[in-house]
Design a protein around this ligand. Structure first.
Ligand code: SAM
Ligand code: FES
Length: 349
């Protein structure tokens, strides 16, 4: 294990089987070594700074039926909502006042958000706040759509690959969705000059250690600007309601490995991690993450954007959420900064 970890630290690369071994044979000692190296690596690039992204959950209406997701179209118990363009812009104005310089517009694949409407919202946010980055996380769209949104000013796009294994992908998605298209979208986004984020859930149903190793190998080759990983958490109204949630232990272990694979990557300590453990986000940062994404959505819709059971931060106002995370980060010796928080490629490790 020591030799593998040292090699990963020095070369930022391992063979597929070696990643698998690192996961299967993990123990507390290996986790500590990885964590220390990940923190040291992150410190060289980003110091003790933590970047914030204001998450605006713009719609829970989705034409997809991903088997793990609480807002899948087949969930008849989900109370649907969609924010108006004015509400979305108001959330970004409030966020700006609170010191946010990146806004993430996330939602289900809702046809209401045509290129014209979504592009108009992006343009408006960028014209009101020209020093801000706008990130979109609106699922799979066409090349022309991504291209148009980029010309409207969108800077970044988050599209988790979900799993780098086609067979596994097909076990957690309905047959009308395709692994190839998901991967194609990530490549299109990159080609168009977006900063691109991929990612996956830890312990998603039927996931094996080999699948996780494949995810790590994909990250090693794709070199995403951002990488969102968080535990899978079951939702009571989905076919996967009886599967187990991912653990903080394995999620943090993988965060450390990903930091070593690609040192400059922007790595969030996700809300899902904070949901399965009251100090999950702090543990994520202490394992090598450097981003948190507090919620800026209007409080009256937050509970409705329920991807999984018991999601945290659904009752707090945006200002409270920001304050809460400020304090949490301060307590562990980190500082949230008012900054767009772009990736720092130039740093040699
Ligand atoms: N529609 C967009 C897309 O497909 O990328 C963005 C919204 S989607 C709900 C955002 C992410 O939530 C997914 O990529 C998935 O990894 C995560 N997610 C969905 N259900 C989840 C669950 N039960 N537990 C943890 N994460 C989940
Ligand atoms: Fe939202 Fe703590 S981050 S209440």
């Amino acid at each position: 294990m020591h030799e593998l970890i040292q090699r990963l630290y020095e070369n930022h690369s391992l063979e597929l089987e070696e990643y698998e071994n690192l996961i299967i044979n993990r123990n507390e000692e290996a986790a500590k070594i990885l964590r220390d190296l990940a923190v040291e690596t992150r410190k060289k690039i980003y110091g003790f700074k933590v970047f914030v992204r204001g998450l605006i959950e713009i719609s829970n209406i989705c034409k997809n039926d991903c088997l793990y997701c609480g807002i899948r179209r087949s969930n008849k118990n989900c109370e649907r909502y969609r924010l108006t363009p004015e509400q979305i812009i108001k959330c970004s104005d409030e966020g700006y006042e609170l010191g946010f310089r990146t806004f993430v517009l996330q939602g289900g694949e809702d046809n209401f958000f045509s290129d014209e409407i979504l592009g108009g919202i992006v343009k408006e946010i960028k014209s009101r706040h020209s020093d801000c980055a706008v990130t979109l996380s609106m699922g799979e769209r066409s090349y022309d759509s991504y291209k148009f949104l980029r010309t409207c000013g969108a800077d970044r796009y988050l599209l988790r690959h979900e799993t780098a294994d086609k067979d596994h992908y097909e076990k957690i998605h309905p047959s009308e969705m395709s692994f190839e298209n998901r991967m194609k979208c990530l490549h299109k986004l990159r080609e168009l000059g977006y900063q691109v984020g991929c990612g996956f859930m830890v312990n998603s149903p039927y996931q094996t250690e080999k699948n996780l190793a494949q995810d790590l190998k994909f990250i090693e080759t794709f070199k995403p600007d951002m990488c969102g990983i968080g535990p899978f958490i079951p939702h009571k109204d989905t076919p996967f309601k009886n599967f187990n949630a991912g653990t903080v232990e394995l999620t943090c272990y993988l965060l450390s490995i990903i930091r070593l694979i690609y040192p400059p990557v922007l790595l969030p300590a996700t809300t899902a991690l904070g949901t399965i453990n009251p100090i999950g986000r702090e543990l994520g940062i202490l394992s090598g993450a450097n981003v948190v994404m507090p919620n800026l959505s209007p409080v009256n819709v937050r509970k409705k954007y329920e991807l999984y059971d018991n999601k945290i931060c659904t009752g707090e106002e945006s200002a409270q959420c920001r304050e809460c995370l400020n304090n949490r980060m301060k307590k562990i010796g980190y500082e949230i900064v008012t900054d767009r928080g772009d990736i720092k490629h130039s740093m040699k490790i």
